[in-house]
Design a protein around this ligand. Structure first.
Ligand code: NAP
Length: 348
């Protein structure tokens, strides 16, 4: 077993890490960190648990420590669920201390020598780890996964982009409240309501999407060049981000062919049979009323993205429209980092 730690273990994403790692065949949780408010307490006393399964026994009485590498002993991998401003300071210290950091935070994502990876989309970007270690003199390293809305979007773009030239993509998101953390959006702001703004989200989606689908020459990533424009909204759903996607192609396309490419899409994690890899990363539904968060967010144990309402636009025949749904704290956060770590453990 590989000893792993969770940085920010008491938060929404930290809790999801603990839930997903409970029965992991290769990773064993041996360290939990949080802020000074929680350090020194037993995990079950420090956390306000929000998952739909009980707190795993192995962590209930574990003592939460400060988020400082000197407090985390004999750990090979740390999963980071820290707020971005803390991650920017702390994650490099863990990498410097020799640990492999698999991060959810946005702080290091766009650093040119830090891989931003979805294992089904751009596993080759992991080669940047060598450059990172050389540049920074670290024995450990940092690898990041994209923002929650970006992961779900790009998993559906990849099989299409491999076959067709895309001109522009417009996306309108309907994002769950868990994406903002437990204390993120007050219930009075969300019940009977919708908030048409999520700070920084549109910029992240637009930049990360092109970066993930960019060309990599072994040292640098040249972002893809099609247009991406997003509008991000918070809706009163607990888990599961929905996105309405409008895609303008540079050529005629065959709708049935696109459906098949999405449904049959499989990549390296499926070939390697990684523990957290869904058999089908993208699931296509034919019903007019799918996907829906309550019904579809746990497909593939929360690691698959469900696509529905695939259709050719009646007004603009070179445009494709669809609706997608991905679980924001599983595929969009903790599950994404775990899959990155499983891939690294397998190939490096
Ligand atoms: P959260 O619920 O607010 O949890 C934050 C965690 O960080 C808690 O464990 C907290 O510990 C700890 N923390 C806060 N300040 C700290 C400090 N100064 N030093 C050390 N630890 C500190 O946030 P979240 O929703 O889990 O998000 C965590 C990260 O994942 C963020 O960077 C977020 O952007 C990213 N992310 C979230 C989602 C999502 O869907 N939620 C998706 C993708 C990425 P205490 O309990 O002791 O305060």
């Amino acid at each position: 077993m590989v000893n792993v730690g969770i940085l920010g273990a008491t938060g929404m994403v930290g809790q999801r890490f603990i839930q997903l790692l409970e029965d992991h065949p290769k990773f064993e949780i041996t360290a939990l960190t949080a802020s000074q408010r929680s350090a020194g307490k037993k995990y079950q006393d420090a956390v306000t648990w929000h998952m739909d399964t009980p707190i795993p026994e192995v962590v209930q009485d574990a003592v939460v420590v400060d988020t400082d590498p000197s407090q985390v002993k004999d750990v090979e991998i740390v999963f980071s669920a820290l707020p971005a401003e803390n991650a920017a300071i702390v994650e490099p210290k863990f990498a410097e201390a020799g640990m492999k950091v698999a991060s959810n935070a946005s702080a290091m994502r766009m650093e040119p020598d830090v891989p931003l990876v979805i294992p089904e989309v751009n596993p080759e970007h992991l080669d940047l780890i060598e450059t990172q270690q050389k540049n920074r003199g670290w024995d450990g390293f940092i690898v990041t996964n994209p923002n929650c809305s970006t992961i779900a979007l790009v998993l559906t773009l990849k099989p299409i982009y491999d076959q067709y030239d895309i001109n522009r993509v417009y996306v309108s998101t309907m994002q769950a409240v868990s994406g903002a953390g437990y204390n993120g959006v007050p219930s009075m702001a969300m019940l009977d309501n919708l908030v048409p703004f999520i700070g920084g989200e549109e910029e992240k989606m637009e930049e990360e999407t092109l970066y993930l689908l960019g060309d990599f020459d072994g040292e640098n990533v040249e972002p893809a060049t099609f247009g991406v424009s997003t509008s991000c909204h918070r809706v009163p759903v607990v888990d599961g981000h929905t996105e309405a996607v409008f895609m303008e192609m540079d050529e005629e396309f065959d709708l049935e062919d696109i459906k098949k490419s999405l449904q049959n899409f499989q990549a390296l994690p499926q070939k390697l049979n990684l523990f957290s890899a869904p058999e089908h990363p993208v699931i296509v539904r034919e019903e007019d009323n799918r996907p829906q968060p309550r019904m579809d967010r746990m497909m593939g144990k929360g690691m698959a993205v469900t696509v529905g309402r695939l259709r050719q636009d009646a007004t603009f025949p070179q445009s494709l429209k669809y609706v997608l749904l991905g679980h924001n704290t599983v595929r969009g956060a903790a599950g994404a980092s775990i899959l990155n770590a499983e891939l690294i453990a397998e190939i490096m």
